[in-house]
Structure formats: structure tokens, C-alpha cells
Design a protein around this ligand. Sequence first.
Ligand SMILES: [Mn+2]
Length: 418
Amino acid sequence: MKPSTPGITTIGLAAVLLTATALVSAGAQAQDTDESLYFPWKDPNNPNVILMDPDDESRDVWNARRDTSKREPGLTNLQRYEFGVMPMGGFPTFLGAPFALTTEDLKAGGVEVAMVGLNIDDNFIPGGRFAANKLRTLTDYMLFGTGSYDPTMHLDYLKDMKLADYGNIASHYGHSERSLEEVHKVISEILDADAIPMAIGGSHIQMWPMFTALAQKHGNESFAMLHVDAHYDALNAGFGRYVHNGRMVYLGVERGLIKGSDIVQIGLRSPKPGTEDLHWMQKKGLKFHFQSEINAKGFEAVLKRVLAELSGKKLFISFDMDGVDPAYAPGVGTQEPEGLTASQAMQLLRAVTIQNEIVAIEINEYNPFMDDRHQTTGILVDRLMRSAIAGLAAKKKGITDPFYVAPTGLDHAAKPDH
Ligand SMILES: [Mn+2]
């Protein structure tokens, strides 16, 4: 058991005071005011704080680590068969990649991209907690060892890139904020191995620990963010919470982790931001691109603008699946008509991963329970992961044009250039 903290002492004192008050007032009324008995998680000194039970010995078991020191560091391939990934053979991992559990594993394996599952559910319609595991087991013909050939750039991204499945990050079922520190820790382990974390699933509140881990590794205000979303996620109102699923951008800028002028948003089209929010966004220099801009100018013109705004920056890609038109991605918790097409979303990820130095990627808000029976959203998440990895592979091969398409992808008579 942990020694009691000043907070606990205060609550103990408050309980004594409340009991004393109860003793001197009429019986029935006294019981109504005994908040420390009825609502013990309420901090009497701060209504914005929800207290955990400090005496509960199971308080931290959900994120207690196993001892992995006896293992030799390195990657382990869980596929039993030579043919590669098969949903009905071996063990499912992201894109069939070998697994890693520690920073030492990632270093020993020379891993460039570590895919990791996120499991926090802070959404209007819960379910994102199950996204990562669902993605590993999609009913997708691409899982049948059929390869990893990018159809646009004609390169074998799984062969060209060193990938690992870094497992899932534990989350506390009832308390999103408690889970954020664990996300920070595990993302930091990946960053410490100089690999790119590709965080999949969960809900967008996880942008906060992505910010904190990146700021700790690279410095405050040292990285930019491409934020794909129907929502601006910069709500001023916290409803008593510091951070929630719609407030990460506001908090990140106000707390100095990322500069407003280093944030480029695309796909915005929800009933917010309102006038005051817009005023804040402009004051902080956010480069926001509403769906109306795409509708008016065309996607390519907006993409060129986005690329120019991000040029030369270390880039964190924060991709909310509701940024995509629900016609292409119905499986989200906060559906918003209009948005990027599947094709535009894939092109966007190829383009920025070719152009920019990528420091982290997250793709979240995919809710498998809200998806259609063909798992259209899940399969698109898979293809978005592949598009980003293909862009990184293209850059590694020396391709620098963010609009690169292989010659044979444009003309059957063309001579391949690689
Ligand atoms: Mn979002």
C-alpha cells in the first residue's frame, strides 16, 4: 500500500468535518450532505479532480509491466508459414510484421516504423478500443500473403521498410486521463529507438500524449502537425477536464507543446468551430482548410497549399478517420457528411510521407462496431497505413516528388524508372 498523499489527508479531514457537521444537524438532512460517503471520488477542494482510490491495491495492475529482461532483444516473427501472413495461420499482427516488446527489441531489429495499438475510448460512441485488434484480423484478401506492392508507386514497401508490431498500449477502462501517461511512456519507448510510432485505433484524446512524447524527445514547438479531421479539436471548454476528445489542439497550443502556426488542418466541416474559436485559431496562426475550400478550389490545389505550409518541418500526422467522407469510412463515432474521399486520403498520406521528415503517425477514431459488414472503414485504415509506409519507402528510394506516380501507373507503354 502507498503512503497517503496530501490529497488523501485533505479528504480525510473533510470527512471528519462533514461528519461533525452531520452530528449537529438534523438526521435526515445530515445524510444528504455526506458527500465523502456517497461520492468519495469528489475532491472537496477541487471539483475538476476525480480522485482514484489510493487504498485499492488493484489500482495500477492494468499497466504493471512483465519482466522481459530474460529475453534476448530482437524481433520475433509469429508467422508459422512461409507464405507469409494468413488470417487462419500463425498469429495476427499489423501487416504481418514481427513483434517487439521493448525499446531494445526495436533497436536490435533496426525498426523504422513501429505499429502500436491504442485503446482509449473517449468518444461519443465508444468502440475505438477494439480497433487495433480488429485491424490485425480484418477479413481482407490482402492478408493472404499476396504481398505489399504499392499500386501507385510500384514499390514493395514491406520489403523496403523495417516494420514491427509493438503490441497494444494498455488503457484504463474507466478513466481516460489515467491512460494518457501510459501512451506517453510507450510512444516514448518507440521514439527512443529512433523509430516512427504508427499508433492505430482508440480515440483522438491520444493526440495529447503524442504531443508530450514528441515534445520530450524533440523539444517543445519543434514539430508540426498535419491534422486530418472533420472537427477542429480546439474546443475552449474543458467541462472541468484539462483534456478531452475535442480539446487537444487547444491545450497543445496553450501549453506551448506545439505552435499554432505549425498546425495544418484539413477536412474541417462540423458545426464547430464558431466565431470565437475561429478568432482563436487565426490569432494562434493555425492553417485550417475547411471542406468548403476543397469543394471550391479542388483537392489538388488544397493539397499543394498544405504541402507548402508543411515544407521543411518535422511532421506528426494525426489522422482522424472521420476526416474521411462517411461514404468511404462509416465506422466512426462522430460521423460527419462530406470529407476526403478514400483516394484523396491515401494520396495525402503518400505525399506528406515523401515530402516531410515524419516523427510520428496516428490513425484513430475507427470504430469496428459502427463499420459496415464489409469492414470498409477497417480496410481503408489498413490502406492508409500502407500508403504512409509506401511513401516512407519511396523517400528511402530517393523519390522526392510528393505527387510521384510510377510511369507504368500512368501509361502502359512507359518504361519503368525503378
Ligand atoms: Mn479528432
